[in-house]
Design a protein around this ligand. Structure first.
Ligand code: HEC
Length: 285
């Protein structure tokens, strides 16, 4: 446990977890993440993440006490590992994957977290579901969360006073090496793709506010989130499964829009591959 605003401790933690960590290699190809609500998992809204997004951007927001209790959850038929944690609530805003304070309950619950619980599949030994378990938030935390939610301006990406895009963690800042020559282009190619996704109205569903109340939300609103889903974006658009209308029926895109969206998604995927390959080649240096 360290100070909840300790940037260096946070950086060491996310670099370790994003790298070849036991946590990362123990995550299912799609891990479900969200707040524990005392209900069955099938009844609980959760967000879908690729392992590197969860290991690099979410798990490191917690400080681990270093202990765990493991039981078998008869109802879920899954092992449940409970790890006492504290939440790093004093980091600068750009260190969170998106402004959790857009929602007062979400922000106060995150800050009051006492444990993470990992549900582990007994057959694969992989973590299928991870949840944060909130205790009771203090009146100060509650009041501050209410104020923050009221002043949230609706932007999932923003530019700070130095002209820098935020949240910087979603641009692989500190996860990829500073001299990786492909990182700058991840942002520009994401922005090009994001324009097409807006045209196709993907952001009417795939954003943290979850306007359609999806039970298994997929997030696409930052470079890191879209990077984690790029294969599924390509596949679902190619197949015509996405976008949908709000009754869940496929809503075909005009051919020109679909073609542009796919071209930009492919360009985004290509730069992600180049950046990752570069990291792998230079990992040993
Ligand atoms: C009206 C709401 C809506 C819109 C608009 C929409 N989606 Fe979806 N999307 C969904 C739902 C619902 C799911 C299923 C979530 C689940 O697995 O439970 C989904 C799933 C996905 C998935 C995961 C697919 C998989 O393999 O399981 C991706 C990727 C995705 N959408 C991308 C997009 C893209 C890209 C667009 C815009 C071109 C888009 N969606 C527009 C509602 C929407």
């Amino acid at each position: 446990m360290s100070n909840p605003g300790d940037q260096q401790a946070f950086d060491r933690c996310r670099q370790a977890l994003f790298g070849a960590s036991v946590l990362r290699s123990s995550l299912s190809p799609i891990i479900l993440w969200g707040r524990a609500r005392g209900a069955a998992l099938t009844e609980t809204p959760l967000t879908q993440f690729a392992p590197d997004v969860y290991a690099g951007l979410y798990a490191p927001l917690f400080m681990f006490a270093g202990t765990a209790t493991v039981t078998f959850d008869e109802d879920e038929q899954l092992y449940k590992a409970v790890l006492p944690v504290g939440f790093r609530n004093r980091l600068p805003p750009g260190q969170f994957p998106y402004p959790f304070w857009h929602d007062k309950t979400k922000w106060s619950s995150y800050q009051a977290t006492v444990a993470l619980q990992f549900f582990i599949d007994p057959d694969s030994d992989l973590i299928k579901v991870a949840q944060f378990v909130p205790g009771a938030p203090s009146p100060t935390v509650l009041a501050e969360a209410m104020e923050a939610a009221a002043s949230f301006d609706g932007h999932w990406l923003w530019t700070d006073g130095n002209g820098r895009t935020q949240p910087q963690v979603t641009l692989f800042d500190g996860l990829y090496r500073a001299d990786n020559p492909h990182v700058a282009e991840i942002e520009s190619r994401y922005r090009a793709l994001a324009l097409e996704m807006r045209e196709a109205e993907c952001d009417s569903c795939h954003v943290p506010g979850n306007p359609q109340k999806l039970k298994r939300l997929v997030l696409l609103q930052t470079p890191a989130h879209a990077a984690g889903e790029i294969r599924r974006i390509l596949e679902s658009v190619r197949n015509g499964d996405m976008p949908q209308d709000d009754t869940g029926i496929e809503k075909p895109l005009p051919p020109a829009v679909k073609q542009r969206l796919l071209a930009r998604a492919e360009a985004f995927e290509a730069i992600l591959t180049a950046a990752r390959d570069w990291e792998n080649r230079h990992a040993a240096e």
